[in-house]
Design a protein around this ligand. Structure first.
Ligand code: ADP
Length: 506
């Protein structure tokens, strides 16, 4: 529904919003924990002090010519008390150098009590400063007594005197309220924070555009390539670009496309081969039966024999194709009985010895009893029969064929070697393909080209492998089948006893 870019931007904005919220909360808590700004109190008290000095005329020392301390006669004190009560303010007179109290309108501190003045520098706004007498030096700060913290504005009214007395006007420190905190936040921090968020959003939009371009572009290309393959263009490939994960997808796609292409090709070849290989015997059957019907066949018995042979070949092909299809689909059930490959080789060898002898090929069987393997005796016999009959078939009269069994690499090996027509190196890799025949005219009797494909499938179903080697045309060929033996694997590995079930599963 949303593009990658939109999603990225939304998540960045969410993150920004969350960060902003956390920061705002932290700042508000911080401001709340701070003592409130005393400036407003200083100024309020300064304007009250202005009235007081106006009323009492004590701020100008030259008028009276004596220090404030000595001016604290009872008439002045009662005036101060009245003023304090009228203006709801605390008035103190203190000796600044000694930090001792001379007078306190609340009576909390007595004359001579020490007062811990915590002085602060503060510049009064001009309009307030101007109205004070020039000699009167304003001081600001706070002090603590039993009733809490007090904020004061004071005037040092006698300076030439060593006493340096000061008239202080004080108010309790205002309690921190959320309203003032919010106002301070709004006035001082809200704007810079909003500016930062604005900048963050711009950067987020740029980043989202960049990243989405980096990811979305290769994915779009991939999408087009997938659509092309789906439409039947198996040559389509994508270049791997973008982040590593996207590149991995592109590479996987290319591999898949390769595989699909190969499979497609194999499918087409297979169909072409099947129809070609079915057509040849069918044509001869048609031709010879036509000749028999027309009476044009010179030797109708020979013609019938050919028809019989071709029909048999067709039959064989159909059986083999069905076998192969089932094997490849993994649907052909394989038994897992204990099989002695040595004994099996001897049995197969004896069966084909007659054929070999007729052909003038010497068959050597060197197959001592072997450790048992878990397998399907009938299918393994089919493997040995295929290999041995090929060897006999493709070896001219006077040649030799060996059938050997041996123990190797934790398994049992069957080797079928001949001195026959051999296989050219370029044909070796394709020899196990369905319908592959090196040269259809070479063999003395036409085969189907399916035998080795079936052989390979059966060996693979047993967890084994088959290999072929040939020095070249006319120099014989060697087929080696290796099959794992549970007995040997316990000896070799010495750890895990492979059971019948394991062999079944593999
Ligand atoms: P078929 O023998 O029915 O043609 P196979 O699948 O058994 O089919 O063999 C495929 C091809 O491999 C044969 O047509 C033949 O060209 C070649 N081939 C198989 N075994 C041998 C061998 N022992 N010597 C030479 N060529 C062989």
């Amino acid at each position: 529904m949303f593009s990658l870019r939109g999603r990225l931007l939304a998540s960045y904005a969410l993150l920004l919003g969350f960060t902003l919220a956390v920061m705002t909360l932290a700042l508000l808590l911080f401001l709340y924990a701070q003592p409130p700004n005393p400036a407003a109190t200083y100024e309020k008290l300064a304007s009250i002090a202005r009235e007081l000095t106006g009323e009492l005329n004590i701020a100008n020392p030259s008028a009276e010519g004596r220090p404030l301390a000595r001016a604290l006669v009872s008439s002045l004190l009662s005036q101060l008390n009245t003023f304090a009560a009228d203006n709801d303010v605390r008035i103190l007179v203190v000796n600044v150098p000694n930090r001792t109290v001379l007078f306190d309108s609340t009576g909390t501190l007595r004359r001579g009590d020490s007062i811990p003045l915590n002085q602060q520098t503060y510049a009064l706004p001009l309009y307030l400063r101007r109205v004070f007498p020039v000699q009167a030096e304003p001081i600001f700060g706070s002090f603590r007594d039993v009733n809490g913290v007090w904020i004061f504005t004071g005037l040092i009214v006698v300076r030439q005197d060593t006493e340096r007395s000061a008239l202080l006007l004080a108010e309790p420190q205002p309690v921190q309220s959320w309203e003032t905190v919010l106002a301070r936040f709004r006035d001082n921090l809200a704007l810079p924070l909003l500016q930062a968020v604005g900048l963050g959003l711009v950067v987020a939009a740029l980043l989202a555009a960049l990243i989405s371009r980096n990811i979305a572009r290769p994915l779009q290309r991939l999408g087009r390539a997938v659509a092309a393959v789906a439409a039947g263009d198996y040559t389509e490939r994508v270049s791997a670009s973008g982040p590593q994960e996207v590149r991995a997808v592109a590479e996987a796609f290319n591999q898949m496309a390769d595989q699909v292409h190969i499979t497609q090709q194999a499918q087409q070849d297979f169909l072409a081969n099947v129809s070609h290989d079915l057509k040849t015997p069918l044509t001869s059957i048609q031709g010879y039966s036509q000749a028999i019907m027309d009476g044009t066949a010179k030797d109708s018995k020979l013609a019938a024999g050919i028809i019989y042979d071709e029909a048999a070949r067709l039959n064989r092909m159909v059986v083999e194709l069905t076998d192969l299809a089932r094997l490849q689909a993994g649907r052909l059930s394989m038994q897992a009985q204990p099989v002695d490959l040595g004994a099996l080789a001897v049995a197969v060898g004896q069966r084909l010895a007659v054929v070999a002898q007729k052909k003038g090929v010497t068959l050597h069987i060197e197959a001592p009893p072997m450790p048992e393997i878990a397998g399907d005796g009938d299918r393994l016999a089919q493997v040995l029969t295929n290999l041995l009959s090929n060897a006999v078939n493709y070896t001219p009269s006077g040649g030799q064929v060996w059938l050997k069994t041996q123990v190797n690499h934790g398994g049992v090996e069957v080797i079928v070697q001949d001195t026959g027509i051999g296989i050219p190196p370029e044909d070796l890799p394709r020899i196990f393909e369905r319908f592959y025949q090196v040269d259809k005219t070479r063999g003395p009797k036409r085969g189907t080209g399916l035998g080795l494909a079936i052989t390979q499938e059966i060996v693979a179903a047993h967890g084994g492998r088959i290999q072929v080697s040939s020095p070249g045309a006319g120099q014989g060929a060697t087929f080696t089948v290796w099959l794992p033996s549970p007995q040997l694997s316990t000896v070799v590995r010495g750890r895990r006893q492979l059971t019948r079930k394991d062999a079944n599963d593999s």
